[in-house]
Design a protein around this ligand. Structure first.
Ligand SMILES: Nc1ncnc2c1ncn2[C@@H]1O[C@H](COP(=O)(O)OP(=O)(O)OP(=O)(O)O)[C@@H](O)[C@H]1O
Length: 465
């Protein structure tokens, strides 16, 4: 199965490739032909070809694995789903996490791996593996911090579960038909507020839940963010606690301890600080004269932003709206997305962007995490992400929010692809914030002149090679 025009994996009535061949031992082999049979080649807009196979064979790459999917103990129907998606070899996190996730008796998991390295498949396969399809009850719950991410995860559940009878349902705002009194789907994916509501109203019966997954777990457990609501969901689950699975690219110290209490006795897969950001993402900065100059620079970048697709991150909704209105009025085609828009509008905006109908998306931290759109080759931090005064994400304090920075730039450079990030700095304070990010990540952020568009284009093209 390939991603459809919306960038989602949706089952087609006719498979795009012939079904996997069963050999004498009933073993499933990866596809040898068909459109999704050559996942090794990734082409970028600059006509550069990256060989995924090289990275998956390099022991230093997060995409490396010494094993095959068959060796990881997955059911044949799930192997078929994987090959149908064009996955031929596991990534490091998949190789390491899956055997631990599937072992019996089930054990909790705290798993960390860089952005775009395949964490979703690891937890989706583990949910699909634990479901007993002969029972029409809810057996796995998955929470994500945004409706956009919940919808994306669901598309992976449906794609990987294509050869199983899995039933799924959303727990996101304005999605269940009015008057629904009972959800019996095997797997429910949603956001914490709506999930709590459906559990409280007994629309979802949690008594058979065997797996509880938190994607972007550090964000979901952050007491200043979604932590309370996530805890509420956990408290509504059966006393015989289900297997708790936490995944993220980042686990800052202040959440790590809480995560260990939330998922006791968990198997842990952790990264070192210097491993946090992906090498394929080249990080740049531009020295703007003042806040207004940032806008001029963004406009002058427009041509480059639309070569592939780009995401522009602002700290506030009103900035995202203001910039997009101004650029639109000046004849540029851009879209804006943030949490103040209603559900239908949000779905339409992200779907248009996935489809490539919009090339530039101006947004807030709402889609900083998890969103997987392979054509995004540029991320701009119009405003650097900042902590709030209590030292948590999403504020206005002077400290940079390094975790959010890692997630934002991770919207590009997915699964071995190349990508570019550009930070706009415009005064001493933002300069210092960027310096701190540089220090913490141990990565050099390269300067690009704001007045030399040709140099800029050259540097960027080179970075994408
Ligand atoms: N084994 C594999 N072979 C080929 N492609 C893969 C494999 N595993 C995952 N992918 C693809 O890699 C991309 C990134 O995967 P995914 O979205 O799961 O990353 P992630 O680790 O969850 O990132 P983030 O931290 O940003 O949420 C997806 O497009 C996915 O389809």
């Amino acid at each position: 199965m390939e991603k459809d025009a919306d960038g989602f994996y949706t089952p087609k009535s006719e498979p795009s490739v012939p079904p996997p061949q069963l050999d004498d031992n009933d073993e499933i082999k990866p596809q040898q032909s068909g459109p999704s049979a050559d996942p090794e080649l990734i082409s970028s807009t600059f006509e550069v070809t990256v060989t995924l196979a090289d990275q998956q064979a390099d022991p230093n790459s997060p995409l490396f694995s010494a094993k095959t999917f068959e060796e990881l103990g997955l059911h044949q129907d799930l192997l078929k789903g994987l090959y149908d998606l064009g996955f031929s070899k596991p990534s490091k996190i998949q190789e390491r996490a899956l055997p631990l996730l599937l072992a019996n008796p089930p054990q909790n998991m705290i798993g960390q791996s860089q952005s775009g390295t395949g964490k979703t498949a690891a937890f989706v396969l583990s949910m699909l593996s634990r479901v007993d399809f002969t029972k029409n009850t809810t057996q796995a719950l998955c929470l994500a911090p945004s409706r956009e991410l919940a919808r994306q995860i669901m598309s992976v559940v449906v794609a990987m579960g294509k050869f199983t009878p899995v039933q799924t349902e959303y727990a996101i705002k304005d999605n269940l038909p009015k008057g629904t009194t009972r959800v019996t789907a095997h797997i429910v994916v949603g956001t914490p507020g709506t999930m709590t509501d459906l559990l409280r109203r007994k629309v979802i019966d949690p008594s058979d839940v065997k797996v509880f997954v938190l994607d972007e777990a550090d964000n979901m457990l952050d007491q200043d963010g979604l932590g309370d609501q996530t805890l509420r969901v956990k408290n509504l689950l059966p006393k015989t606690q289900p297997q708790i699975v936490l995944f993220s690219a980042t686990f800052p110290d202040n959440v790590r301890n809480f995560a260990a209490k939330f998922a006791p006795n968990a198997n842990k897969i952790e990264l070192q600080r210097e491993e946090l950001s992906v090498d394929g993402i080249r990080q740049f900065y531009m020295d703007c004269k003042n806040a207004e100059h940032k806008y001029d620079i963004l406009v002058s970048l427009y041509q480059l932003l639309t070569i592939g697709q780009s995401i522009i991150f602002c700290q506030h909704r009103h900035t995202a709206d203001r910039i997009s209105q101004r650029m639109t009025a000046e004849g540029h085609k851009v879209a804006s997305l943030h949490g103040a828009k209603d559900a239908t509008e949000r779905d339409a905006i992200i779907d248009n962007f996935r489809e490539g109908r919009e090339k530039v998306l101006i947004t807030t931290n709402v889609i900083a995490r998890g969103i997987d759109i392979l054509q995004v080759n540029m991320v701009v931090n119009y405003d650097l992400p900042l902590m709030n005064e209590r030292g948590n994400h999403g504020g206005n304090d002077s400290k940079p929010d390094v975790e959010t920075y890692i997630h934002r730039i991770g919207r590009t450079g997915r699964f071995g692809r190349k990508g570019i990030s550009i930070n706009f700095v415009h005064n001493k304070e933002t300069w210092k914030q960027m310096e701190e990010i540089e220090k913490i990540l141990g990565k050099h952020i390269i300067r690009i002149e704001t007045n030399d568009l040709d140099e800029m284009e050259e540097k960027m093209k080179k970075a994408l090679k």
